[in-house]
Design a binder for this molecule. Structure first.
Ligand SMILES: [Zn+2]
Length: 239
């Protein structure tokens, strides 16, 4: 599978899942800057097949609805969400794409860790959030209560993960920023967007108050063989 990015006036193809060639996040081959926008059009057949598979699971009652928007169908929401997650994997850990893909093809839900520590080399798992539109008013990173929990939004529902906000619409997605649990609790607010009928409460923050993507790798990157073993172990025991 491959994706494309534009940088330094050139359009480049990235073949995903080449661990030797691609450790760490995706960087421009010419200027070495972090790439933040990616075109996933070439992955569309795979994305659509996964959405169809989830639809079958959902109709058989094994998956709940993801419906969070009155204007969009479940299929569109699933396609957007999975496209954004694939884009995040391509940007943050292109060399671990095959492992992500295997997990995506098998899992029914992996709350709190869309991207595992071993894949990103970060010290916490990454949870990918997505919104189509972002401008002065719109574009919030939102955390909602897990399924099968009662009542109001609670602070315990915010995971000890890095939350990354992806924006855009097919085929182009961008990472606009990140936050973690303590920053999100400090800066975020309860219900920053109106609750639609049938929706749960949420906690969230506007994209403009997120931290820059570059900082995530400058601050949270831990490397070396001990780090690899620690992350492998942490992934294994969960969380
Ligand atoms: Zn460049």
């Amino acid at each position: 599978m491959h994706v494309f990015y534009n940088h330094c006036g050139e359009r480049r193809q990235v073949r995903l899942g080449k661990p030797q060639e691609q450790s760490g996040p995706l960087r421009c081959q010419l200027c070495n800057e972090l790439i933040l926008t990616i075109d996933v059009d070439a992955a569309r057949p795979w994305l659509e097949s996964q959405v169809a598979r989830k639809r079958v699971l959902s109709e058989s009652g094994e998956l709940g609805t993801r419906k969070q928007s009155a204007q969009q169908s479940d299929n569109e929401i699933d396609l957007d969400g999975l496209s954004a997650e694939l884009a995040a994997c391509a940007l943050l850990c292109p060399g671990s794409f095959d492992a992500w893909r295997t997990a995506a093809e098998s899992s029914k839900g992996n709350r709190g860790q869309d991207l595992r520590r071993l894949w990103t080399s970060l010290n916490k798992p990454v949870e990918v959030k997505f919104t189509r539109h972002y401008d002065e008013q719109r574009g919030f990173l939102l955390v909602r209560p897990p399924r099968n929990t009662p009542g109001r939004m609670r602070v315990e529902y915010i995971d000890d993960s890095y939350y990354i906000l992806m924006v855009g619409c097919p085929p182009e997605y961008s990472a606009v920023g990140w936050t973690d649990r303590s920053h999100l609790l400090r800066v975020g607010v309860l219900n920053p967007v109106p609750i639609q009928p049938g929706q749960r409460e949420c906690w969230g923050m506007h994209w403009s108050t997120l931290r820059p993507m570059k900082e995530l790798f400058d601050q949270a990157h831990s490397s070396g063989p001990l780090g690899v073993i620690a992350r492998w172990f942490a992934d294994l025991v969960g969380g």
